[in-house]
Design a protein around this ligand. Structure first.
Ligand SMILES: [Zn+2]
Ligand SMILES: [Zn+2]
Ligand SMILES: [Zn+2]
Ligand SMILES: [Zn+2]
Length: 303
C-alpha cells in the first residue's frame, strides 16, 4: 500500500509540479509578450517624440521647416535663427550654408498631429500639410470679438462668452429679435473710436451685434452689423436684418452674419453691414442735431 500510495503521492507531486511549471512558463510568455509590446510602443513613442524633438530648433524651440540648416559640427537650426546668427549658437563655429537634408527627409516621411490636438482636433498631417491645416483648423482658438485692439485674449466660445461678460461688461440677451437704442450725447466726436457690442443668444448659438462710429473717407458714419461666434460655414446658415428710421423713412439691411474669424475691422472695411451717414442718423434721432438717439431693430433667422 505504502509504495502505491507513495507512487500515487509522487505522481501527484510530479503532475502538480508540471502544472506549476506550465503555469510559470505561460506567465513568463505572457510577461515576455507584454514586455515586448510595451517596449515596441515605447520605442514608437520615443521614436516619434525623438523626431519631434529633433525637429524643434535647439535655439528658439520653434518647429523647424525646410530649409533646415546645420553648422559644420552638425548642430541644427531653423532658417530664422540661421538668418539671425553668424555663428552656431551651440558650438560657436562659423555657420556656412549647410542644409540638413536628412532631417528634412525624415520630417517629410512622418505624420504629425495638429497643434490643436488638445482642443479636439485629432487629425494627422504630413509635415507640410500640418502648417497649412493649422492656419484653418476649426479647433484653433478664437480671438476676443470685442472691438478693441487692446484685447488679445483667445479661447473657445464658452471661454470668450465668460470673458466678454466679466472683462468687457458686455450684455448677453436671449432671443433672436432686437430693438436697441444707441444714445450719444455728442455725436460729433466720431473720431473717438466708438463701439458697442451686445451678444444675442439664439438657436443655441451666439451673435455679436456691433455698433460703430467712424469716418468713411471723410464722411462720418455709423455702422451696425452682426458677427457669428463660430465658423464661417455655420455662419452661412443664418441671416439677419437691421432697420433704422423715423418720419416714414427707413434704412433696411439684410445680411449674412460674418464669422468672428473675420475681425470687426475687416467687416467694417468691407462695409458688410448697415451704414448710416451721420446727417441721416441725426435726422432719425429727431432731435436738434446735438444728440444721437438711434433705435435699431432686427431679427436673426435660420436659412
Ligand atoms: Zn530657431
Ligand atoms: Zn554647432
Ligand atoms: Zn486641427
Ligand atoms: Zn476681450
Amino acid at each position: 500500500m505504502a509504495p502505491r500510495g507513495g507512487g500515487a503521492c509522487k505522481e501527484v507531486v510530479e503532475s502538480n509540479s508540471k502544472y506549476a511549471n506550465y503555469e510559470i512558463a505561460t506567465t513568463k510568455a505572457e510577461i515576455g509578450s507584454t514586455l515586448i509590446k510595451r517596449s515596441i510602443s515605447l520605442a514608437e513613442k520615443n521614436g516619434i517624440n525623438g523626431v519631434h524633438e529633433l525637429l524643434q530648433c535647439p535655439t528658439c524651440a520653434n518647429s523647424m521647416y525646410p530649409p533646415i540648416h546645420q553648422c559644420p559640427n552638425g548642430h541644427t537650426l531653423c532658417s530664422n535663427c540661421r538668418r539671425v546668427h553668424k555663428c552656431c549658437p551651440t558650438c560657436h563655429s562659423e555657420l556656412g550654408n549647410i542644409r540638413c537634408l536628412a532631417l528634412e527627409k525624415v520630417a517629410e516621411s512622418l505624420d504629425f498631429p495638429c497643434r490643436y490636438k488638445s482642443l479636439g482636433c485629432h487629425k494627422l498631417f504630413p509635415y507640410y500639410g500640418k502648417l497649412k491645416h493649422e492656419k484653418h483648423c476649426s479647433f484653433r482658438p478664437y480671438t476676443c470679438p470685442y472691438a478693441s485692439s487692446e484685447c488679445s485674449v483667445t479661447g473657445d466660445i464658452p471661454f470668450l462668452l465668460a470673458h466678454l461678460k466679466e472683462d468687457h461688461s458686455v450684455d448677453l440677451h436671449d432671443g433672436c429679435t432686437f430693438n436697441h437704442r444707441y444714445v450719444r450725447s455728442n455725436p460729433h466726436e466720431v473720431e473717438n473710436a466708438t463701439w458697442m457690442l451686445t451678444i444675442f443668444n439664439c438657436f443655441g448659438r451666439q451673435f455679436c451685434l456691433h455698433f460703430e462710429a467712424f469716418f468713411l473717407g471723410t464722411a462720418p458714419v455709423y455702422m451696425t452689423f452682426l458677427r457669428f461666434m463660430g465658423e464661417e460655414s455655420d455662419a452661412k446658415r443664418f441671416s439677419y436684418n437691421l432697420e433704422v428710421g423715423s418720419f416714414g423713412r427707413k434704412l433696411v439691411w439684410q445680411g449674412v452674419p460674418r464669422s468672428i474669424r473675420d475681425s470687426h475691422r475687416k467687416v467694417r472695411d468691407c462695409q458688410d453691414g448697415l451704414i448710416i451717414p451721420r446727417s441721416l442718423a441725426l435726422y432719425f434721432s429727431s432731435g436738434d442735431g446735438q444728440e444721437l438717439k438711434l433705435r435699431i431693430t432686427g431679427r436673426i433667422w435660420k436659412v
